[in-house]
Design a protein around this ligand. Structure first.
Ligand SMILES: Cc1cc2nc3c(=O)[nH]c(=O)nc-3n(C[C@H](O)[C@H](O)[C@H](O)COP(=O)(O)OP(=O)(O)OC[C@H]3O[C@@H](n4cnc5c(N)ncnc54)[C@H](O)[C@@H]3O)c2cc1C
Ligand code: SF4
Ligand code: SF4
Length: 404
């Protein structure tokens, strides 16, 4: 079976904060002004339009967005080549099988570089297997919308990361599709595919033999190799302080949506304690989950430990790094002990997910203050300030839009 075709796109003019979601490559590139997450995102209005109401400002919705149901989940059996168990691609495959959609817009690996994402329109359920797995980098997913429409597809599914899904939702009503199912994954710490290759080369002498990499919720990076072996590296032993300061682009250090708040269903792993983590946000998300019947095991997600200390330490380190000061390096013997202790005493399950979301909120504010202070007022939504407040991060008068 041949791999789904992946169209070629012209390179657009460079923009400020931009992850090349594809809008600038559409017929009207000025749509970026309306669609871009990095200008003036309005989550409460978008949530009300998509999910029927904005997220609550207390309880778990303040962390994860509008939630109809949340689960620890696994697809049985897990699919070969999937990043976790393959729920994300299976939802889309099922939509194609049942005729609920005629096409799925997603990423497949580049022919020449398996770590580079390439946008593809998939119309056969059997081809969804080519999309499985995570790739690092950016590719213009939404530039597929116009070709998909021109090909006659009117009911589609889109699988995307949060900055792509924000833009999709902003334009959705004007695109001329009858139905768009939106399957989102969480996302953080993305970088260019080139930077990712240099990271891999710091982890192993044979980076070309790595077939899989994941930052797991048990504080380890998992690497798998072509010979079938696996290696786990504790987070604290990663060579992060050796990376160049611009390794993670400003976009990914300052984006304001970790959990893909505007997807119909979010499929991640953060609160899954080794399984996957599902957030069903609306009836369309519930419909996708129901369509898999007993192929999916579902359980309430667990939650253990206390996050405050870990988040506080992270915020302090980020403050130093964002202020241009070198991070204090932990002696390697201590890193070994911490690497052993953290999976045992650190926050787990939903508490781990809350911790990561708070860390990302603090990062957004600290990095924007240093690198793009003029953008804070419009770009940082209220939910981010609410998450960062317990860690001493509150808006200055010129960092907040005045409420009427
Ligand atoms: C850069 C990045 C960072 C992530 N960070 C987190 C995180 O911090 N916490 C968390 O819970 N989950 C994160 N995820 C999601 C996670 O890696 C899994 O994709 C998710 O758990 C789904 O697993 P699965 O087995 O269901 O996916 P699969 O069935 O294997 O499907 C994966 C899907 O992701 C798409 N995809 C792969 N790479 C990209 C890319 N670069 N851009 C856009 N789409 C892509 C594929 O096309 C495919 O449709 C991240 C994903 C990416 C791409
Ligand atoms: S909308 Fe997309 S393409 Fe346009 S500036 Fe934003 S991220 Fe870049
Ligand atoms: S971290 Fe944020 S800005 Fe970067 S690719 Fe992921 S969703 Fe987009």
């Amino acid at each position: 079976m041949t791999k789904p075709a992946s169209p070629q796109f012209a390179t657009p003019a460079p923009r400020g904060l931009c992850t090349d979601c594809g809008v600038s490559r559409m017929a009207d590139p000025s749509a970026c002004g309306k669609a871009c997450q990095f200008i003036k995102p309005d989550y409460p209005a978008a949530e009300a339009a998509i999910h029927g109401r904005p997220a609550q400002s207390d309880g778990d919705e303040q962390f994860f967005g509008v939630t109809q149901a949340m689960y620890r989940a696994a697809l049985i059996p897990a699919r070969d080549g999937a990043q976790w168990t393959g729920l994300t691609t299976r939802f889309a495959e099922r939509l194609l099988e049942t005729g609920a959609v005629d096409a799925v817009l997603t990423m497949v690996p580049d022919d020449a570089d398996k770590w580079r994402p390439r946008p593809a329109i998939i119309t056969k359920a059997a081809d969804m297997k080519h999309a499985r797995g995570m790739r690092m980098g950016y590719a213009p997913l939404l530039a597929l919308l116009e070709p998909a429409h021109a090909a006659g597809h009117r009911k589609i599914a889109v699988i995307g990361i949060p900055c792509q899904i924000y833009a999709l939702r902003a334009l959705e009503a004007d695109l001329g599709f009858e139905r768009i199912y939106v399957i989102g994954t969480p996302c953080s710490d993305n970088t260019t595919t080139e930077n990712f290759h240099s990271f891999l080369a710091r982890l192993t002498d044979a980076p070309e033999t790595v077939t899989y990499l994941e930052f797991r919720a048990d504080y380890h990076v998992e690497l798998r190799f072509t010979d079938g072996t696996q290696r786990l590296i504790p987070f604290l032993k990663l060579p992060l302080s050796d990376l160049p300061a611009d390794f993670f682009p400003t976009t990914c250090r300052t984006c304001v949506d970790y959990t893909n708040r505007l997807a119909d269903i979010t499929v991640g792993y953060m609160a899954g304690e080794g399984d996957q983590w599902l957030i069903v946000r609306n009836d369309r998300g519930a419909e996708m989950l129901a369509s898999l019947g007993d192929e999916v095991t579902l359980a309430p997600p667990g939650s253990r430990g206390k996050r405050a200390g870990s988040v506080k330490g992270f915020v302090e380190n980020t403050r130093l790094a964002a202020g241009g000061l070198p991070l204090r390096r932990m002696p390697s013997w201590l890193r070994g002990i911490m690497g052993w202790l953290m999976p045992r005493i650190g926050p787990r399950g939903v508490e781990f997910a809350r911790a990561r979301v708070e860390m990302k909120a603090a990062e957004t504010i600290l990095h924007l203050r240093r690198e793009e202070p003029a953008k804070i007022k419009n770009m940082v939504p209220k939910h981010i300030w609410n998450l960062a407040r317990p860690y001493g991060l509150t808006p200055e008068p010129d960092e907040q839009v005045k409420e009427d």
